[in-house]
Write a protein that binds this ligand. Structure first.
Ligand SMILES: *Cc1c(COP(=O)(O)O)cnc(C)c1O
Length: 376
């Protein structure tokens, strides 16, 4: 068997161990400490953000953002349907209901026109949504200007799920800083990783004071343990934050490498009938976290994304269908959804190709050779 080619595997730089060792040497093995402060400062500077709180996961960051947006039991929250389940699950943690909105075809993200349709309809039913969660899927920025305009018109908080989009830009502004709150993830397969971890981004220097309080069990100021709020254990550890500090040193390089993967696939596969790529619209810069293609069986002579996925699998090359839309997931079958068919079609025809920043030319070539063989 050939050595496995992964979809997206961790890729360490030179300095991660140095920061982790410093945590050991100083005995800062806690969910607080100099690496957490340092990682937050690095992220803040990189994003040009007002405030960043390092947390235990992207999911935790979304959960706390919903709490800041005052989402409570019985409320509704609009969420992009085409996404990973973690975008929607925290809505349910709050006892609220997700309302799913389909995608447009330029970026594969939340359709701003359908968003307004959904909001108007929910308002007509007496159920004005409390928040909107757009996602920058695979690193491609959503149409944030249009989405923000709708959100401002109806005065609804935007929580930007930028878990896949660290390093992506919209109008030269960092994804994660465009909404009222931004969510980042450093899970093992993301563009940089702390093995597991996440962050919440806010605008002014103290925007996340309440988040830090809630994320460390909501202790009121007192010598004993005094509580007037329900707290969470959601802070990032000082050990894993050390990995994050090292990873920040190589983030721009990782973006460059991921974009080079995408360019390679595009150059090699572009002309094949039925294979489609999604270009970067004007003003948008994608980190190309995952390289994705669409395989249209109507023009590919019957070749499907599944034909290709199985052929790659035989060669021990990992690829994966795009996210299955949330409105098609059994667990969310009862949730309201505003649908135009785009997400369903993307799921049907889309494939994520090996995209790690540590892939070799040989591995990329093996992948495109396997795909091209279907057209020979
Ligand atoms: C990874 C991811 C998350 C969740 O982040 P975790 O750190 O794994 O909890 C949320 N939304 C999207 C779109 C993601 O890809």
């Amino acid at each position: 068997m050939n050595e496995k080619i992964w979809l997206s595997s961790p890729h360490m730089g030179e300095s991660e161990l140095k920061f982790v060792n410093a945590a050991f040497e100083t005995n800062w093995i806690a969910p607080l400490g100099p690496n957490v402060d340092g990682f937050e400062n690095d992220l803040k500077a990189y994003l040009k953000a007002g405030d960043v709180a390092a947390l235990s996961s992207g999911t935790a960051a979304l959960h706390l953002a919903l709490i800041l947006a005052d989402v409570k039991a019985g409320d509704e929250v609009i969420c992009q349907s085409m996404t990973f389940s973690a975008s929607a699950n925290p809505i349910v943690y709050q006892g609220a209901t997700p309302v799913f909105v389909d995608s447009e075809t330029d970026t594969w993200n939340m359709d701003p026109v359908l968003l307004e349709t959904a909001i108007k309809d929910r308002i007509s039913k007496g159920r004005k949504p409390k928040a909107i969660i757009p996602v920058h899927l695979y690193g491609m920025p959503a149409k944030m200007e249009e989405i923000q305009a709708v959100a401002e018109k109806y005065e609804i908080t935007v929580i930007e799920d930028a878990a896949e989009a660290l390093g992506s830009l919209y109008d030269n502004r960092a994804c994660g800083t465009l909404g009222e709150y931004g969510v980042l993830s450093f899970n093992g397969n993301k563009i940089i990783t702390t093995s597991s971890g996440g962050a919440l981004v806010g605008h002014n220097p103290h925007a996340l004071t309440k988040v830090r309080f809630l994320a460390t069990q909501a202790r009121d100021p007192a010598p004993h343990y005094e509580h007037s709020h329900i707290g969470y254990n959601y802070r990032m550890s000082n050990v894993t934050a050390g990995i994050g500090r090292g990873q920040m040193e190589v983030l721009d390089e990782r973006v460059r490498q991921r974009r080079a993967n995408y360019s390679f696939y595009e150059a090699q596969l572009q002309g094949l009938p039925g294979i489609e790529f999604v270009a970067e619209p004007a003003r948008m810069f994608s980190n190309r976290w995952l390289s994705t293609i669409l395989v249209n069986p109507e023009t590919s002579n019957g070749i499907t994304r599944e034909t290709i996925r199985l052929a790659l699998e035989k060669l021990n090359i990992e690829s994966r269908p795009l996210w299955k839309p949330m409105h098609l997931q059994p667990v969310f079958s009862g949730a309201p959804a505003y649908v135009n068919g785009t997400a369903a079609r993307l799921f049907e025809n889309g494939l994520c190709l090996p995209s790690g920043s540590n892939l070799t030319t040989k591995q990329l070539t093996a992948t495109v050779d396997c795909i091209k063989s279907h057209w020979q």
